[in-house]
Every structure is written in structure tokens, then in C-alpha cells.
Write a protein that binds this ligand. Structure first.
Ligand SMILES: NC(=O)c1ccc[n+]([C@@H]2O[C@H](COP(=O)([O-])OP(=O)(O)OC[C@H]3O[C@@H](n4cnc5c(N)ncnc54)[C@H](OP(=O)(O)O)[C@@H]3O)[C@@H](O)[C@H]2O)c1
Length: 227
């Protein structure tokens, strides 16, 4: 598939790397190519600059959001939550494109642990779906560290990846990608339409506190059901 990954950070790089390994045609989107390539040091998460990533991934090119989206049937949305709408607005025609939305509505403005800028009776996923009604948003993978998203077997045991979205065909495409990453059918939990992203985005305050308590992001949620 032709896939555009929006985001030059740790999630964008992890997804672009794995999708290219799986022989998809991958491009990365950014706000300004020159600015992105001029970055030299690692970001606040210790992720190397995208220029360094591209040197080691000759099949992947960096474009503006609109250039990257042009030939893509799937867009992986891996921008800062606050930048998601702006990135998609810059992308041009999104009609009928599938958007695998990994973003979280994290608000870092208060210092300390981030809060959610969309929650309870809304979610970033459904706000984006409402803003771009002809695109098919599928929220998934946002509840775990990026290394696990693309290599679930590295955890050493089964865990859960949630899927939320309105369009059945778009969800089937995303589930196909999840399976290519190594997710088993029994680990993939389709919660329903895009409003169910309220639930998964609301796991972030829990994720952050588990991380704070254990100093280890290499964990995942697992839904265990009884009979
Ligand atoms: N880190 C994880 O393991 C993890 C796990 C689950 C979910 N997530 C979610 O995945 C997303 C990406 O996380 P990340 O840590 O890889 O990167 P990040 O630092 O949250 O985001 C970096 C990307 O966001 C873009 N961006 C920032 N402000 C923007 C704006 N105003 N308009 C358009 N684009 C903007 C940047 O564009 P430029 O390239 O132009 O600078 C860059 O590509 C976030 O929403 C995060 O909550 C992360």
C-alpha cells in the first residue's frame, strides 16, 4: 500500500520503519521539510532527528503533509495531538482516505503530567472525524509505547490493541496492518464507532501513572475476560 506517515517523532519513525520493512511504499509528512532536516540533536524523548533516520532508510522520503498525502491510501497520523487538525488541514483532499489515528489529546501546558484536552463527552478521534467527515478515521495503537505497536510479540505475552472507527472497510484495512505487525486476532478488540475513542484516549492518564510508578514504558493493557 502507499502509506503516508504524518509525524517525524518517535511514533512516526517507528511506524515508517516497520511499514517499509513490510514492503509498503512509505513517505513521511512534516510541516516544513527544510526545518525538519535542519534539526541535529535528539528530541525531548531522545528520538534522533528525522534527517538521521532518513539516512538509514533510503526507501523513505520526507515531504510536506500535502505532498505526502497525495498518493497515499492510508495516512498514519502520528503528530502531537494539538497539531493533528492542523496537519490534516494542510494535507489537502482527504476524502475516502483511511486515517490510522495514533494521536492522544495530551495537554502539556500545565507542567507535570499532561491532562486531556478532549475527554468525557468527546475525544480527539471524533473531533477529527467531524472536522474531516469524508475521511475514514480509525483510532488504534494510541494506548501503548511505540516499540510495542509495531512489535507486539516483544512483550512476551498476549495483550490488547483497541480499534475504534465508523467505517467497517477502513477498520478491516487497519486490522490487516495490525496483523502484519504481529497482532493476533484474539488481541484485537474492536470497540465500535469512533466515539469509543473516548475510552481509549482516557487510558492515557492511567498509562502515564503506571509509567511514573514503574519508570518502565514497556508494558501494555490486557483485557482478560471470564466465562
Ligand atoms: N511516544 C509514544 O510512544 C506514543 C505512544 C502512544 C501514542 N502516542 C501519540 O502519538 C503522537 C506522536 O507522538 P511522538 O512522541 O512521536 O511525537 P510528538 O513529539 O508528539 O509529535 C511530533 C510530530 O508532531 C508534529 N507537530 C507538532 N506540532 C504540530 C502542529 N502544530 N501542526 C502540525 N504538526 C505538528 C511535528 O511536526 P514537524 O515534523 O513539523 O516538527 C512532528 O512531526 C502523539 O499524539 C502521542 O500522544 C505516542
Amino acid at each position: 500500500m502507499n502509506i503516508a506517515v504524518f509525524g517525524t517523532g518517535s511514533v512516526g519513525q517507528a511506524l515508517a520503519n516497520r511499514l517499509a520493512e513490510l514492503s509498503h511504499a512509505v513517505v513521511i509528512g512534516t510541516r516544513n521539510v527544510e526545518n525538519a532536516l535542519s534539526k541535529t540533536g535528539p528530541d525531548h524523548m531522545g528520538t534522533p532527528p528525522v534527517g538521521e533516520f532518513l539516512k538509514n532508510h533510503s526507501s523513505i522520503s520526507l515531504y510536506t503533509y500535502s505532498e505526502a498525502a497525495k498518493n497515499a491510501s492510508v495516512i498514519v497520523l502520528a503528530t502531537l495531538g494539538h497539531g493533528a487538525k492542523e496537519a490534516l488541514a494542510a494535507a489537502g483532499d482527504l476524502d475516502w482516505k483511511i486515517i490510522l489515528d495514533i494521536t492522544n489529546p495530551l495537554d502539556f501546558s500545565g507542567g507535570g503530567l499532561p491532562t486531556l484536552f478532549a475527554s468525557n463527552d468527546t475525544s480527539l478521534g471524533e473531533q477529527l472525524q467531524a472536522a474531516f467527515p469524508k475521511a475514514h478515521f480509525v483510532k488504534s495503537l494510541n494506548t501503548m509505547y511505540n516499540g510495542l505497536m509495531v512489535n507486539p510479540r516483544s512483550l512476551g505475552e498476549d495483550s490488547t490493541v483497541f480499534v475504534s472507527g465508523n467505517d467497517a472497510a477502513a477498520k478491516a484495512t487497519v486490522i490487516g496492518i495490525l496483523k502484519e505487525f504481529g497482532w493476533k486476532d484474539s488481541e484485537i478488540l474492536d470497540l465500535g464507532d469512533i466515539t469509543t475513542a473516548r475510552g481509549t484516549e482516557s487510558l492515557l492518564p492511567v498509562w502515564l501513572r503506571v509509567y511514573s510508578a514503574t519508570k518502565n514504558g514497556f508494558f501494555n493493557f490486557k483485557v482478560a475476560t471470564g466465562k
